[in-house]
Design a protein around this ligand. Structure first.
Ligand code: GCB
Length: 605
């Protein structure tokens, strides 16, 4: 029997989301027009297209001069001086980082302008239009037909601006992109990954009715697996609307009234086939109002913890994971497409994984969609990495914005089970306060997933006993830590003597361990960067970690070699972090097979 009623209490949970900038939930099921493809670009290290020679920003002037690049101007006649010309400028592919596209931009960090001209006709005159960016690294300013529409900071989360009043039949969009690393940024100046710049993800125009469904959450109640709960938000007119949620395969069709643009619901459903790695069942879910009909593919599952156990649909699960950077090694650039997601996640499946840690920032939506289809559980993470400015309120606001955007984007993803708050951050009062605030924010937005963070270990009296003693552990659901005994800390034989003390009655997860190896380089097990060294370290580490009683999973570092300017050992590294189980040429290293056979055995337990 189904029942339906409004839960007013849960409205307060959703106010937080209402308050943040309107980012459309799920873009693939909207009326949209892609703006991917060839754009023009101008390299502007001195930001000449942005300031005049007195360093006054053009976009703060009442009448910006034609020399402002965003005006996309032409000389009126042959006598007029104008020192740029968009039409004769070179082209660049969007989406795509600039570094891998042009040799002279391989190491470029700074400002590049992009421009695209396009025609547009709304399908209904009264409709609204938004320009949506999947991600731009790192800071961007968007101008349409000479007018500034907005600015965004943060390299890995989507954002959008309404352009209903600016869009015309013929348009010029100009985007200022700057990827300078900043000490107060998130991430900060030093990371162990490459600072790819540019419009790195899809760009699209999204058209909606006046009052449109801007956001919805449709999830299983973690406390009752026969109940689906959630909310719908609309934006635009503030008229009471009737909304209907249908799940045809479950014979669900529930209608309710949206008051003040918002409606929360829960209803009972019987015979749900739960989503799991073994059975990644997705249901077609239809959300309808009198103005629009949106369809989505949503899986239903619960994820909770009890003592040391991680319970997926009430059953204890071991997370057979691997860490992944968002890079296509063949292209030596950011992963950006469905094909790139296929490449990476098929490798993870072949390795025997049921879980992927998408490090160290929110990955593109293709990765998450495919993980839902392939049955891979997902850890998503914000780039709060190493030494962020813990005491700077702007740094906090930036980190919180990225966390909110990440949660907002994938809150209907069954595959996503963990939001990770940080990676290897040094314990201090200010840092813990910062991360606890992030944890509280995450919990207020989503009570259907777990929280974690990749923490560190320390030694006390016993030189072989690594202790997790981080006050953050009290605020997260999984106690996760990175450890590199046998690589940064001694040779693999040291692992054999090591113990780990994790004094919490919570699931323990090893978010990283690993060793560098150059694919094809063979030597004995003591020779650094040989495949034998890496394989031996994996064998010994897997054995040693099994002493940890509460161990419920791991995501060794890392699936594929990835580019990092920190790695300059010539002949061996040449700008690549070599801890991949797969080389940048796609070759599987010996350690790949060690982990694969461990995972096969784990899967059969
Ligand atoms: C770590 C970091 C990761 C690095 C890795 C390494 O602990 O979390 O971002 O890439 O070690 O290879 O040193």
């Amino acid at each position: 029997m189904k029942k339906y009623f409004l839960i007013l209490a849960s409205l307060s949970l959703t106010n937080e989301i209402l308050a943040q900038s309107l980012q459309i939930t799920t873009v693939d099921n909207r009326v949209s027009t892609s703006l991917n493809g060839e754009w023009k670009y101008l390299i502007d290290p001195y930001e000449n297209g942005f300031y005049n020679y007195r360093l006054q920003p053009f976009d703060e002037m009442d009448n910006p001069p034609k020399s402002a690049y965003f005006t996309d101007s032409k000389p009126a006649d042959k006598t007029e001086l104008l020192e740029y010309d968009w039409d004769t400028s070179p082209s660049i592919s969007v989406p795509g980082d600039w570094n891998h596209q042009f040799e002279n931009l391989e190491w470029y960090e700074g400002t590049i302008w992009y421009r695209k001209k396009f025609s547009y006709q709304k399908s209904e005159a009264s409709n609204r239009v938004f320009i949506h960016f999947g991600a731009i690294n790192y800071h961007s300013k968007i101008y349409l037909n000479g007018e500034k529409v907005g600015e965004h900071t943060g390299g890995f989360t989507p954002f959008q601006f309404e352009v209903t009043d600016l869009i015309q039949d013929e348009n010029s969009i100009v985007v200022f992109v700057n990827n300078n690393r900043k000490p107060e940024g998130v991430p900060t100046v030093n990371t162990d990954w490459y600072n790819y710049g540019g419009i790195t993800r899809d760009v699209m125009l999204i058209e909606t009715p006046q009052q449109y469904v801007s956001d919805y959450m449709i999830q299983l109640n973690p406390e009752n697996p026969n109940e689906i709960k959630g909310y719908i938000h609309t934006d635009g007119f503030n008229r009471d609307l009737t909304a209907t949620i249908s799940i045809p395969e479950l014979s669900v069709s529930e209608s309710f009234t949206l008051e003040e643009r918002v409606g929360a619901f829960n209803f009972t459903v019987n015979n749900i086939e739960y989503w799991s790695p073994e059975n990644p069942k997705l249901y077609e879910v239809i959300i309808e109002t009198e103005h629009e009909r949106i369809t989505d593919q949503i899986g239903f599952r619960t994820i909770t913890t009890k003592g040391a156990d991680i319970l997926l649909n009430g059953e204890s699960i071991f997370l057979r994971g691997i860490s992944i950077h968002e890079e296509n090694p063949y292209r030596e650039g950011r992963a950006r497409s469905e094909a790139d997601a296929e490449l990476l996640l098929r490798w993870a499946k072949d390795l025997g994984c049921n879980f992927v840690r998408l490090a160290h920032y929110p990955h593109n939506r293709h990765m998450i969609r495919l993980a839902n289809e392939l049955g891979l559980l997902v850890w998503e993470e914000v780039p709060v990495y190493w030494t962020i400015h813990w005491e700077n309120p702007e740094t906090y606001a930036n980190a919180e914005h990225q966390l909110k955007a990440m949660i907002h984007r994938h809150k209907n993803s069954a595959a996503t089970i963990i939001w990770s708050l940080a990676n290897e951050t040094p314990v201090s009062e200010a840092r813990t306060e910062f991360l606890v605030k992030l944890a509280n924010t995450a919990r207020s937005l989503d009570d259907t997933r777990l929280l974690s963070a990749a923490m560190e270990v320390h030694l006390e009296d016993d030189p072989n006993e690594y202790i997790v003693g981080d006050p953050l552990a009290d605020y997260v659901d999984l106690v996760s830590f990175n450890q590199y005994v046998g690589w940064y800390n001694g040779a693999p034989e040291k692992v054999v003597r090591s113990k780990w003390k994790v004094p919490y009655n919570k699931p323990v997860f090893i978010s990283e361990f690993g060793a560098g190896a150059k694919a094809g380089f063979h030597a004995d097990t003591l020779t650094r960067f040989s495949e034998e060294y890496q394989a031996d370290l994996y064998t010994k580490t897997l054995d040693a970690l099994s002493q940890i009683e509460n161990l419920r999973g791991m995501s060794p570092w890392i699936l594929v070699d990835f580019k990092s300017p920190r790695r300059q050992l010539s002949v061996i590294q040449d700008g690549w972090n070599r801890k991949g189980l797969i080389g940048n040429n796609g070759e599987k290293k010996m350690a790949y097979f060690v982990l694969q056979s461990y995972y096969h055995q784990k899967a059969s337990e």
